[in-house]
Ligand binder design. Structure first.
Ligand SMILES: [Zn+2]
Ligand SMILES: [Zn+2]
Length: 320
């Protein structure tokens, strides 16, 4: 490197530092706020974890699902040690430990996070401390390392402790081969968040969609975590093309599902998006769009979860 280039890069370096200082003096990044909220807060969810009853469901082959603490957890036991998809709420550690021990005696060796949200990663810290590696899309680590806000659930989350952070990071795809299974991890278009992945067990034909699919409930789009309705529509198509008629679909929340459930979910969000987009384009306000009830024919099936019919209308409206 010549002297000139070196002094140039030093000047750029100094400018960079000055620029950083100026930026940090600005208010914190803008937060998308909604007029409505989910039917549960993050604090209520965490508190509920203490007494949560964990139900272990057979999925296929050796794959099990643990349901009842935060998002649905998938477990694959075997000679290479257990591998988990998502880690539930930290407040349910006792029950999760018991449920894992009831499956088999092997220790927990690996964890995969479907995305950064606390109801899927809250158990990372204790699982890491007992010896598990934590695999995630690289932005999971980035988001968990800094303060995050989820206004819809009244959540302001401090940076996670180092032990809770993912240890193996990937950008687009990653493959895990153990316990006789080949697990494909694939980043989805930013949808529910910008950290979403799909986890596919190729031999068992089991797909964990993370929170890009709630089985029987309206979806949540976390705009403050880089989520988008357009991305959610794309993620839905990706899940549909990954699954076949025999796939067991593990949603982020809700009961185990099938390809048919993915088809119905896709029809629902496509229809709501089209209606809301059209109304917004014609100049209607959010309140006017909600008053039109663009979700009405879907409410009986999908409206009973964290996200009400009017709130899903708003979430779609924000990005339509
Ligand atoms: Zn969740
Ligand atoms: Zn989530």
């Amino acid at each position: 490197m010549s002297i000139d280039q070196s002094s140039m890069s030093r000047r750029a370096f100094v400018r960079g530092i000055a620029g950083t200082a100026a930026l940090s003096a600005l208010p914190t990044q803008s937060v998308t706020r909604y007029t409505q909220k989910a039917s549960i807060t993050a604090a209520q969810m965490r508190a509920g974890g203490v007494a949560a009853k964990i139900v272990t469901m057979p999925v296929r082959n050796n794959v099990r699902a643990l349901m009842g603490s935060g998002g649905n957890i998938v477990v694959l036991p075997g000679p290479d040690g257990k591998i988990l998809v998502d880690t539930g709420l930290a407040t349910s550690r006792t029950q999760i430990t018991k449920a894992l021990a009831a499956i088999s005696p092997e220790p927990l060796r690996h964890v995969i996070d479907t995305h950064w949200h606390f109801d899927h990663t809250d158990g990372n810290e204790w699982m890491h401390e007992i010896g598990a590696t934590i695999i995630a899309q690289e932005k999971v680590r980035e988001r968990m390392s800094s303060r995050q806000t989820i206004p819809a659930f009244d959540a302001v989350l401090s940076p996670s402790p180092a032990a809770a952070l993912p240890t193996i990071l990937f950008r687009q795809t990653h493959k895990v081969a153990l316990n006789g299974e080949v697990i494909h991890l694939r980043r989805l278009t930013p949808a529910h968040t910008d950290t979403d992945i799909a986890v596919f067990f190729t031999n068992a034909n089991v797909l964990h969609t993370g929170d890009t699919f709630f089985n029987g409930y309206y979806p949540f789009i976390d705009y403050n975590s880089g989520g988008s309705i357009v991305g959610l529509l794309a993620a839905s198509k990706e899940s549909l093309s990954r699954a076949d008629e025999n796939t067991v679909v593990v949603p982020g929340h809700g009961d185990l599902g099938t390809h048919k459930d993915l088809v119905e979910f896709d029809e629902m969000i496509v229809s709501i998006h089209e209606k809301v987009k059209e109304l917004k384009k014609s100049g209607r306000s959010l309140d006017e769009v909600i008053a039109e009830k663009p979700t009405s024919k879907f409410d009986a099936k999908w409206g009973g979860g964290f996200i009400s019919p009017s709130f899903v209308t708003e979430l779609v409206f924000v990005g339509a």
